[in-house]
Design a protein around this ligand. Structure first.
Ligand code: MD3
Ligand code: FE
Length: 213
């Protein structure tokens, strides 16, 4: 798999089996992706969800697509209705769906059609501690993520929380794809460093495309 991954100066990298970084894969449409985030955010606020234990997530989030990931006092789950607006999540923009399908196919996952897109917003200091993505019914589908704005340090762990994590830099326009044997890897984002990016200011956005059901 991925015979040409190190073929040129692109920052593509394999992370593990069935997982890779596609350096700059979304760079040509990054401005359009950010415009879609801002358009949807006009009606659908970013919010800091709470964990079952009552802790507030430092990442702010909203969703688009048929289903959205939420966390509250009852735990984690996917819902069709945004509990904040009592309306369906905004539709998945065709540009988003097309990008996710092309990125998945680049790693050999053909026919990926996401039904959920989590939009994460990081401010300086925001972190996402090591976790597994376990709330999706179909664990055979890959997950595609898109980094926009400020750079971040991605933590790539093992199959147990205590496993030592490798660190990878993710920058504006990078796309990552995770499936197969890497689907249940512990992963996270280190505390975001202060900075300014011309496309987003002092923010990092991450789009995470999933097949939730
Ligand atoms: C590796 N988000 O929303 S995306 C998440 O940058 C999440 O906002 C991070 O982890 C972010 O759950 C990282 C990359 C990612 C997503 C899912 C994975 C990496 C993954 C699932 C399995 C292994
Ligand atoms: Fe995750």
């Amino acid at each position: 798999m991925l015979p040409d991954l190190f073929a040129d100066e692109r920052r593509d990298a394999t992370l593990g089996p069935d997982a890779g970084i596609l350096g700059g894969f979304a760079l040509d449409i990054a401005d359009a992706l950010i415009a879609e985030i801002r358009r949807m955010n006009a009606d659908t606020p970013f919010r800091h969800m709470e964990t079952r234990g009552g802790r507030r997530l430092s990442v702010a989030m909203f969703n688009c697509g048929a289903l959205g990931w939420i966390s509250d006092q009852s735990g984690y789950r996917y819902t069709a209705i945004d509990p904040e607006t009592d309306a369906p999540w905004p539709a998945l923009p065709p540009l988003f769906r097309d990008l996710a399908g092309r990125a998945a196919a680049a790693l050999g996952f053909d026919g990926f059609v996401p039904d959920a897109c989590l939009v994460n917003r990081y401010q300086p200091g925001t972190r996402l501690s090591l976790h597994q993505d376990m709330d999706e019914r179909d664990k055979t589908a890959p997950i595609v993520s898109v980094s926009l704005g400020l750079p971040a340090t991605f933590l790539w762990g093992g199959f147990q929380r205590g496993d030592r994590a490798a660190r990878h830099r993710l920058v504006h326009g990078d796309v990552t794809v995770w499936g197969g044997r890497s689907r249940m890897i512990f992963h996270g984002i280190d505390a975001l460093k202060d900075g300014f990016h011309p496309a987003t200011g002092a923010l990092r956005y991450n789009l995470t495309f999933r097949k939730a059901r």
